[in-house]
Write a protein that binds this ligand. Structure first.
Ligand SMILES: *[C@@H]1O[C@H](CO)[C@@H](O)[C@H](O)[C@H]1NC(C)=O
Ligand SMILES: *[C@@H]1O[C@H](CO)[C@@H](O)[C@H](O)[C@H]1NC(C)=O
Ligand SMILES: *[C@@H]1O[C@H](CO)[C@@H](O)[C@H](O)[C@H]1NC(C)=O
Length: 365
């Protein structure tokens, strides 16, 4: 054969190409390739638009007092205008395709950063389990960006990839998953919703450290006059007469360079709120013309205000269940949790226990 190839160089080239292609294709599907490939080479890529790199806005540094701002706020100002990031993981069929998405009654939308593996695992087994409840369909997505750098980032991306392969419930975009980027996450999700699941009737928008009694949510939403989500609904734990925190050290610090006004519109606390598809659409519509501010729940409040819609308070949504901690009262007594909609905040093991407890047939309160 060798001699023959010497004689016929073009055949030699052909053999070389075929051989190389075979090795390459095998590598694409092998676990070895997955472990050595940078995340962006994972095949198949599910991005739907050409990746555009969002450029830093250098003029942002010309605002007065810029150099004195904390670094994460400077960073926010540099990238504030960026609203498009490519998807790394998508679940296009989550709602059976856009046409069939009206079959989904309640879509659980849970913000979760890549490393929160244990929280997601527990939620999948408890209140966020995809199921039929009282004859209504519940579906779940976790929203993620990327964390860390280099190998650490690649490992976490691979974790999400593995989880998604098993559960088909992760939406991941290629942006840094940080507290100050939560509004960006929300905006990216609203784009996704419009495209892939526009007709799901209701949404629970929440964090991955809450305890949500989703059985009660379905019951409550079924009882609404707008049972198909075509009217305004936005309920949660209402905050009003609040404004930006101007204390530099605070997690919620928002300087005048980010938000000039001293007031925030009424909004519902971001740990969890329920909304209809009508309201989700209105928020998405308004968001196109409202500059991002880093606090996601306030930003949604701004969108609601511009749409002329009011957020409302629901007694079942609690930031804290018991305002006064006491030795005599068991703060994790299931009787407190049977009738609520949502409580902040639970450890994974507490969620697992509580979900079991409130479903005991012999629970007496
Ligand atoms: C860049 O920042 C400046 C100063 O804050 C602002 O006026 C301008 O609109 C920004 N450009 C973009 C593309 O967002
Ligand atoms: C938000 O994400 C973008 C894209 O990854 C990143 O450049 C920016 O630094 C992040 N902003 C903050 C405040 O973390
Ligand atoms: C927002 O809604 C209005 C009225 O329904 C519509 O005319 C407009 O095109 C929408 N804008 C966007 C950006 O979707």
């Amino acid at each position: 054969l060798t001699i023959y190839l010497f004689i016929n160089p073009s055949l030699c080239l052909l053999t070389f190409i075929v051989g190389f292609a075979t090795i390459f294709l095998q590598l694409q599907f092998s676990p070895l390739y997955l472990s050595i490939a940078p995340y962006f080479l994972l095949w198949p890529l599910q991005t739907t638009e050409p990746p555009i790199k969002c450029e830093r806005n250098f003029s942002a540094s010309k605002v007065t007092g810029f150099s004195g701002l904390p670094l994460h706020i400077q960073d926010f100002l540099f990238y504030r205008h960026c609203r498009y990031f490519p998807m790394l993981l998508n679940v296009p069929n989550k709602c059976g395709g856009p046409q069939n998405s009206a079959h989904v009654f309640l879509l659980l939308v849970i913000k979760s950063s890549p490393a929160n593996y244990e929280r997601r695992e527990v939620l999948r087994k408890t209140w966020a389990a995809e199921r039929m409840q009282y004859g209504k369909q519940i579906r779940t997505v976790f929203l993620s960006g990327t964390s860390g750098d280099g190998y650490h980032k690649m490992r976490l991306n691979k974790l999400l990839w593995l989880e998604n392969r098993e559960h088909q419930d992760i939406l991941q975009w290629d942006f840094k998953d940080s507290f100050y980027n939560l509004t960006l996450k929300q905006v990216l999700f609203m784009e996704w919703l419009e495209r892939w699941c526009p007709n799901a009737h209701f949404l629970l928008n929440g964090d991955d450290d809450i305890f949500a009694n989703t059985d009660n949510m379905v019951e409550y939403l079924k009882g609404q006059s707008n049972g198909d989500g075509n009217k305004h609904l936005f309920v949660g734990s209402l905050a009003f007469y609040l404004g930006p925190i101007r204390t530099r050290g605070s997690k919620y610090y928002v300087p005048v360079q980010v938000h000039e006004s001293d007031r925030y519109p009424p909004y519902c606390g971001g740990c969890g709120f329920l909304l209809s598809r009508f309201t989700a659409r209105a928020i998405h519509n308004m968001s196109q013309s409202i500059t991002m501010i880093p606090i996601d729940d306030v930003y949604i409040g701004m969108c609601l205000e511009k749409a002329g819609l009011k957020p409302e308070s629901h007694m079942g949504v609690r930031t804290y269940l018991l305002s006064v901690p006491s030795q005599k009262i068991d703060s994790l007594d299931p009787c407190h949790y049977r009738d609520i909609l949502l409580v902040h905040r639970f450890h994974p093991y507490e969620t697992f226990l509580m979900w079991h407890e409130i479903h005991q047939d012999d629970l007496k309160c």
